[in-house]
Design a binder for this molecule. Structure first.
Ligand code: NAD
Ligand code: USQ
Length: 408
């Protein structure tokens, strides 16, 4: 395969970053992972590990070399603090692309305590700003591809379809309507989501002032666990979060079903969210990298989603497939109980994305992984102890019907 140039993957040891790093290496890029392994340290803090037994980064990279013959380099740097090392690395490698997964990404973790709120803001905002500042400081023309979130839009759309980043508005200029395109108004629902809306402002500024070429990917909830590459060797296995802070809804339901825990629907389960399978997430990254913005182009924004689902419908689907009991818990979050969600994703479709949609085969694949490692599941860690406000009660019991335990 033809050598394609240098790519730095920030946060390349994580759930989305690891399979993406493997794919880019397979594609012929010379990949360097930068990660401070903070996610592994948070496992220790939470007293809970990935459901799948993940190897050390050194063993992961050795296994990749063994099966693919390719080398992925690794640098242990903290994006939020190791500015000079990061700038030197960018100046030395002159990467064509930097992919930025390196943030604290769990909304419940970001809401646990003031310490966790401050950590999330310091880590994510300083990290993103350091990356942008270092790109300009190093004087390298880099395409920065950032993993953002659908949560920047909020999930209530007043019946309209959410556009890809920019909204057409009409303004009244001395009695005449004029059309304007503005950044979609931010509407974050957690401290974590708020950091992503602030990232967007940093991108806007560095693109306008310094001409940094940036793509911001507004990704939905990722589900699944394997990609072609992570299946190539047992030591390449991807992390699989299921506990109350980092586990995301569909993967949690699939693990809960595998270990015989009731499915944990929050509130009425009327929340509708956008989803994407991990394999499509990796595919979208490849498409974003090979379709960079031109010099002088504004920040490119893609909605990285393939479908939307309502939480209680996902629970019912998993229950039908597995026989698991569905339980309704007092929602620990401050979010709309019921919402519709319509989202555009035309840009990735136009670039050739062939979406993987929810199907029983893929759900069963995740259930099989969950069943294989069920003995590693710490049942005590499934119910979250994080909540959006201190007056929201923690609910460890749940109820068999929506509404029974709702707050009045
Ligand atoms: P993850 O927590 O598994 O991975 C993030 C990685 O970044 C970890 O390996 C962590 O150690 C590293 N990191 C964090 N702060 C760092 C710092 N200061 N310096 C160096 N490394 C640092 O998360 P993920 O699920 O892979 O998510 C990656 C990105 O994708 C995040 O930015 C997240 O917001 C976004 N995203 C994820 C999902 C999802 O469902 N997982 C959905 C939408 C968007
Ligand atoms: N939910 C349940 N039961 C659970 C877990 C979650 O009902 O056991 C509900 C939540 O209340 C929420 C929805 O499911 O309404 C989604 O929650 P989630 O934990 O799956 O996802 P979220 O907190 O939004 O965060 C995840 C990722 C984050 C990413 C975001 C994309 O952790 O990094 O940015 O998905 S999005 O949701 O589109 O904003």
């Amino acid at each position: 395969m033809q050598e394609k140039g240098n790519i730095i993957v920030l946060g390349g040891d994580g759930f989305c970053g690891w399979p993406t790093s493997l794919r880019l290496s397979n594609d012929g890029y010379n990949v360097t992972i930068v990660d401070n392994l903070s996610r592994r340290k948070i496992d220790v803090e939470l007293g809970c590990q990935s459901l799948t037994p993940i190897e050390t980064i050194e063993h992961r990279l050795a296994a990749w070399k063994e099966v693919s013959g390719k080398t992925i380099n690794f640098r242990n740097l903290d994006l939020a603090n190791d500015y000079f090392e990061l700038r030197e690395l960018i100046a030395e490698l002159k990467p064509q692309t930097i992919v930025h997964f390196g943030e604290q990404r769990a909304a419940p973790y970001s809401m646990k305590t003031p310490k966790h709120k401050r950590y999330t803001v310091n880590n994510n905002i300083n990290g993103t700003h350091n990356v942008l500042c270092a790109i300009v400081d190093a004087g390298v023309d880099v395409h920065l591809v950032h993993l953002g979130t659908m949560g920047v839009y909020g999930y209530g759309t007043a019946g309209m379809t959410i556009p890809e980043g920019y909204l057409n508005v009409k303004v009244d200029v001395r009695g005449t309507d004029q059309n304007l395109e503005v950044l979609y108004p931010p509407h974050p629902g957690s401290i974590y989501h708020m950091t992503k809306t602030l990232d967007a402002m940093l991108f806007y500024y560095y693109n306008k002032n310094d001409g940094v070429r940036i793509t911001d990917l507004h990704q939905g909830v990722v589900w699944g666990t394997n990609t072609e590459e992570t299946l190539m060797h047992p030591a390449l296995i991807n992390r699989f979060d299921y506990e109350g802070d980092y586990g995301t809804v569909l993967n949690r339901f699939l693990v809960e079903a595998a270990v015989g825990h009731p499915l944990t629907v929050y509130g009425t389960g009327g929340q509708t969210r956008a989803f994407i399978h991990l394999r499509d997430s990796v595919c979208c990254l490849e498409l974003a990298i090979t379709n960079p913005p031109a010099a002088g182009e504004r920040v490119k924004i893609f909605n990285q989603v393939t479908e939307t689902h309502r939480v209680r419908e996902l629970a019912d689907l998993v229950s039908r497939l597995t026989g698991a009991e569905v339980r309704y818990y007092i929602n620990p979050r401050n979010e709309s109980a019921e919402n519709e969600l319509l989202v555009r994703n035309d840009q990735f479709l136009a670039l050739g994305l062939n979406p993987i949609t929810l199907n029983e085969g893929l759900l069963s694949e995740v259930i099989d992984v969950a069943a294989k490692y069920r003995d590693r599941c710490n049942l005590e860690k499934i119910i979250t102890n994080s909540r959006w406000r201190s007056d929201i009660p923690l609910d460890r019991e749940g109820a068999t019907a929506p509404g029974v335990r709702q707050l009045v």
